[in-house]
Design a protein around this ligand. Structure first.
Ligand SMILES: NC(=O)c1ccc[n+]([C@@H]2O[C@H](COP(=O)([O-])OP(=O)(O)OC[C@H]3O[C@@H](n4cnc5c(N)ncnc54)[C@H](OP(=O)(O)O)[C@@H]3O)[C@@H](O)[C@H]2O)c1
Length: 254
């Protein structure tokens, strides 16, 4: 029935791109998704092809249910199967924690529409394909912000907390065929924070993180991809788990 297939939302950059490359390198076919600029997505697709994967490239905004359903139909038409879904696409607004006037209801709606509703819609759209194989997996990319009360904004932290709760509920809903887990990364070296904080703010953030985390390190996209591989393709008896990849930020340096 062909190679296994991993669908990674938001895989034109950062964590999603590293995850797609890792699955491709392990002999899987991959689905690359983006919502805006096709050029970086095409570059990631070429890298995955060079690793031996067949690649389906789909422009789709996960906040739009019709896009999620179209993506799932394209996966079915092209590969006839889906074994792992990595709900990685995410968005935020950078607002200082103490600036309560900096966030409006609309900001919450926008962030939730991608980080929470997008993951729900993608999971629902792909569930019929995922259910066809016992042990298939959904991996939601959350954030350590969901449990630390630190991060780009209150709306972002709340959205990732909601994603953690949804992970546990979906793990029940899709059992026994599909396992559903989440990864909560700390500061990851991707364009996300570099663009959001600017060069100086980003460097301050990195220095703060290394000074605080037990392992005195920040996270690479490849570190998160490794965990997305473990939870998606392996971890046969793990479901409903939120796994930290934070270099020990939560436990802190003594
Ligand atoms: N970087 C960190 O420190 C960090 C820490 C913890 C958790 N995370 C989480 O990790 C995930 C990936 O972040 P990253 O750092 O790798 O960011 P990134 O490098 O900025 O990549 C974000 C990806 O998501 C895509 N995307 C954004 N909105 C989308 C939408 N509505 N539909 C489909 N794709 C969409 C982007 O493509 P387009 O631009 O084409 O839409 C891009 O491919 C996010 O969920 C984020 O919350 C990041």
């Amino acid at each position: 029935m062909g190679k296994k297939v991993c669908v990674v939302t938001g895989s034109s950059s950062g964590i999603g791109a590293a995850t797609a490359r890792l699955y491709a390198g392990k002999g899987w076919n991959v689905v690359i998704n983006y919502s805006r600029d096709p050029a970086p997505a095409e570059a990631v697709a070429a890298q995955c092809e060079a690793l031996g994967a067949e690649v389906l490239l789909v422009k789709a905004d996960v906040a739009q249910d019709a896009d999620c359903r179209r993506l799932a139909s394209e996966v079915e038409a092209r590969f006839g199967r889906a074994d792992v879904l990595v709900n990685n696409a995410g968005t935020t607004k950078f607002v200082d924690l103490k600036n309560l006037d900096g966030l409006e209801a609309e900001d919450f709606h926008k962030i939730y529409s991608v980080n929470v509703i997008g993951a729900y819609q993608m999971t629902r759209a792909l569930a019929p394909l995922l259910r066809q194989h016992l042990g298939s997996g959904v991996v939601n990319v959350s954030s350590v912000a969901s449990i630390m009360g630190r991060g780009s904004s209150l709306a972002y932290m709340a959205s990732k907390g909601a994603l953690n709760a949804m992970t546990v509920g979906l793990a029940r809903a899709l059992a026994p065929h599909v396992r559903v887990n989440a990864i909560a990364p700390g500061l990851v070296e991707t364009p996300w924070l570099q663009e959001g904080l600017g060069a100086e703010g980003y460097q301050r953030g990195v220095d703060w993180y290394k000074g605080r985390a037990a392992l005195e390190a920040v996270i690479t996209p490849e570190d998160v991809a490794e965990t997305a591989w473990y939870l998606g393709a392996s971890a046969a008896k793990t479901t409903g788990e939120v796994m930290l990849v934070d270099a020990g930020l939560r436990i802190n340096k003594v």
